[in-house]
Structures are given as structure tokens and as C-alpha cells.
Write a protein that binds this ligand. Structure first.
Ligand code: DSN
Length: 420
């Protein structure tokens, strides 16, 4: 395996091998992560990385595009078909550049934009103060209701009427519930705003029919390609035909130079995989697994934001457990259960030391795990958190051993040759 790399740079080769073992042996619960297929990995690691292709298929600034044009055209057509979109741009380097391109396409600096507040579950690029999108634009943030943990549409409507944003974002990074695209679309229409749905977290669920689609409600849809969609690290923008030219010009030459052709090819592969029946089953199982995990944690006294989940993601407020998110996440990592600490809505603590943890089922479902494994993982999560509270590392190490046994029984895609 990787003879040339091992010869040329044994240090990097060793670190990659260690990361492979980590991904094979641990239970990965970060809801924005996944395991891509061997086919996606192979497409990513190709000579396509050698080629410059500024422009779009048939309209490039460099020669030698005979095969690159065909690859990018396939990715575009597959994206349009999978999401029933009128136009697709597959060149964004990732989700944040895709979102920035949307600002460039529709707004001038200083214009007003509205998005979900970061602590309520939104994304930095939806106008949060520390992001360029909150510095260069006038940003208005909506949140969730304290009692339900769900979007407060009365607040969204009132803020939209008051501030008349040119652009409204829906979607985010810590939203455990179905996004009501028609409700957002109604408000955007009322105030003459462009509605943009950021479906980075749920793109695979939308493609697989396990979450309603924003297409037909939001004029523009952005996504990463590497979360539930199970492709390489990248971004895409889908939009209605009238916005196609503005979006394409914003991505290139507005924001980016040459597209990453190796990524484009791997996106095309992932999109073809996502159009299959096994992927539809995968998307449904991701949701079923998240529900099973939510039930187990709730039964053990954990406080889930919004009381549960409709999708792949759970946000747990640990205040009642009397432990903060960060020490809990660190103890869980030692026990082989990898997730991230996270703010919860109305969190009195700081983002770098918040009250919650965020977890999800995309990666474990890609390994073939089902509801019974989720219940076991829920038990381990609880046992490890209790162990962390009483400073009991030996229990964490025991759980790590049991996690290793479970992961051996469910080889991870792209890693099945790694001896766990
Ligand atoms: N960093 C991503 C996540 O983990 O949700 C969002 O950009």
C-alpha cells in the first residue's frame, strides 16, 4: 500500500496509516463526517489534480480540457438530476466558499442578510459576527423558541418585516429537526428576499428521500458534498435557471480560480452512488438510527434540544448531568466514541467551553450499524459520561475495548483492508 509515499515521505505515510486505524477502530459520531466509498477515494487520488481548468465546460481559459469538460459536465448533470435542480455549479471548494459566492451573486457590501444565529444552530457564514459575512454585511439573526428548541417563525417573520433583508438563509449545523422550507419561502416572498437553503448537513437525506427537498421553495441551495451526501470534501450550488449566470460568475471569476478537478470527479462518483436504491436505504437508516440513539439517551435522562431528532443529528444539553460539553467530549474520545462539544440554544457558557455535545449517525450507518448498535452506543455514551464525572479512566478504557470489538464487526467503507 502506498509504496511511493512510504518511500518519499515515511513520516506522512505513517500519520495517514494511523488516521486510517483511528477511523477504522473508533465509533465516529461527528454528524458532519462520514466514510466515502473506495470509488470516491480512488477518484480523489488521481492525476486530475495536475490540471488547471479556469472557466466552465466549453468555455475555458486553458487548453487540454477534453476530459475535464466531460467530467465536470457529468457532475453537473448528475447533480441536476439527483436534486431536480435547473442549474448546478460544482466548483465551490467547500461549503463556506459556496455560501460566499451567494453573497457575491446577490448582495453589495452593507446590504442586509438574515440567518440563524450560530448558537441556535446556524452556520458562521449565515451572517455571524466573527465571519466576513457578519463584517461586510448588515446581519440580522433569528433563533429558536426556548420551550421547543425549534425555529420561531413568528420571530423570523417579524425580523424580516422590520429589516427587509435582501437574502434569507435557512439551514445550519446543529438543527435536529426537519427544516420547514415552505414556511421560510413564504416569509422570503413577503419581503422580497432571496431564500437560500444551506443543506450541507442534510444533502444526503434530501437526495435519499429522508428529508423534504428545498428545491421549488428556495431559489438557491448550497451544500457541502462530504457530509451525509458521502462525497469528497467540496461544495455545490443549485439554483433556478434565472440565477445560473450570477451564481457561475460569482464562483468564477468572482471568488475562485481553477476548480479542483480531482474533487469534481469524486463528486460525480458520489452523486451517481447517491442516486441508487442502496443509498435511499442508507438515508432512511441514518434517520432510524438517530431516533434509536435519541430514545436510548432520553430514557437515560439526557436532555435533547427540541426533545429528539427528525434527521441525522442530536444536540444534547448536559447541564442536568452536571458536566460541561468539552470534558465530556474529551472523555468520550478516550472511550472510542468521537463527537464534538457544542453550544446549545441560550447557552450560558462560552463556545469554547459550552454546555452541550453534538452527535449523529451518518458515519456509523455507513458501516452498516443499525438500531441495536445505536442502543449499545447510547449505553456506552452514558457510562462514559458517568465515568468522566467520577474521574474513572479505567471504565473509559474498558469501553474503548468494547468499541474495538464492535467496530471489527462493521468494517468501514474505504477502510475494509485495515486490520483493526
Ligand atoms: N464544520 C461543519 C460542521 O461540523 O457542521 C459545518 O461547517
Amino acid at each position: 500500500m502506498r509504496e511511493a509515499l512510504t518511500r518519499t515521505d515515511p513520516e506522512i505515510a505513517r500519520l495517514i496509516a494511523s488516521e486510517e486505524r483511528r477511523q477504522a477502530q473508533k465509533i465516529r459520531l461527528i454528524p458532519s463526517e462520514n466514510y466515502v466509498s473506495q470509488a470516491v477515494l480512488e477518484a480523489t487520488g488521481t492525476v486530475l489534480t495536475n490540471k488547471y481548468s479556469e472557466g466552465y465546460p466549453g468555455k475555458r481559459y486553458y487548453e487540454g480540457q477534453q476530459f475535464i469538460d466531460a467530467i465536470e459536465s457529468l457532475a453537473i448533470e448528475r447533480a441536476k438530476k439527483l436534486f431536480s435542480a435547473e442549474h448546478a455549479n460544482v466548483q465551490s471548494y467547500s461549503g463556506s466558499p459556496a455560501n460566499l459566492a451567494v453573497y457575491l451573486a446577490f448582495l453589495k457590501p452593507g446590504d442586509t442578510v438574515m440567518g440563524m444565529a450560530l448558537p441556535a444552530g446556524g452556520h458562521l457564514t449565515h451572517g455571524w459576527s466573527v465571519s466576513i459575512t457578519g463584517k461586510f454585511f448588515k446581519s440580522v439573526a433569528y433563533g429558536v423558541r426556548k420551550e421547543t428548541g425549534r425555529v420561531d417563525f413568528d420571530e423570523v417573520r417579524a425580523l424580516a418585516r422590520e429589516h427587509r433583508p435582501k437574502l434569507i438563509w435557512c439551514g445550519g449545523t446543529a438543527i435536529p429537526r426537519t427544516i420547514d422550507f415552505p414556511a421560510f419561502a413564504g416569509i422570503a416572498k413577503e419581503v422580497g428576499a432571496v431564500l437560500v437553503a444551506d443543506i450541507a448537513h442534510i444533502a444526503g437525506l434530501v437526495a435519499g428521500g429522508a428529508h423534504p427537498s428545498p428545491v421549488g421553495h428556495a431559489e438557491v441551495v448550497t451544500t457541502t458534498t462530504h457530509k451525509t451526501l458521502r462525497g469528497p470534501r467540496g461544495g455545490m450550488i443549485l439554483c433556478n435557471a434565472p440565477h445560473a449566470s450570477a451564481i457561475d460568475k460569482a464562483v468564477f471569476p468572482g471568488l475562485q480560480g481553477g476548480p479542483h478537478n480531482h474533487t469534481t470527479a469524486a463528486i460525480a462518483v458520489a452523486l451517481s452512488e447517491a442516486a441508487t436504491d442502496p443509498f435511499r436505504n442508507y438515508a432512511a437508516q441514518v434517520v432510524a438510527n438517530a431516533r434509536a440513539l435519541a430514545e436510548e439517551l432520553t430514557a437515560r435522562g439526557y436532555d435533547l434540544v427540541s426533545g429528539g431528532t427528525d434527521n441525522h443529528l442530536l444536540l444534547v444539553d448536559l447541564t442536568r448531568q452536571a458536566i460541561a460539553g468539552k470534558p465530556a467530549a474529551q472523555a468520550l474520545d478516550r472511550a472510542g466514541l468521537v463527537l464534538n462539544y457544542n453550544t446549545v440554544p441560550f447557552d450560558p457558557r462560552k463556545p469554547f467551553d459550552p454546555s452541550g455535545i453534538r452527535l449523529g449517525t451518518p458515519a456509523v450507518t455507513s458501516r452498516g450499524m443499525k438500531e441495536s448498535e445505536m442502543r449499545q452506543i447510547g449505553r456506552w455514551l452514558d457510562e462514559a459520561i458517568q465515568a468522566a464525572k467520577r474521574n474513572d479512566p479505567s471504565t473509559l478504557d474498558q469501553i474503548l475495548g468494547a468499541v474495538g470489538e464492535m467496530t471489527r464487526a462493521f468494517p468501514a467503507p474505504g477502510l475494509d483492508s485495515i486490520a483493526p
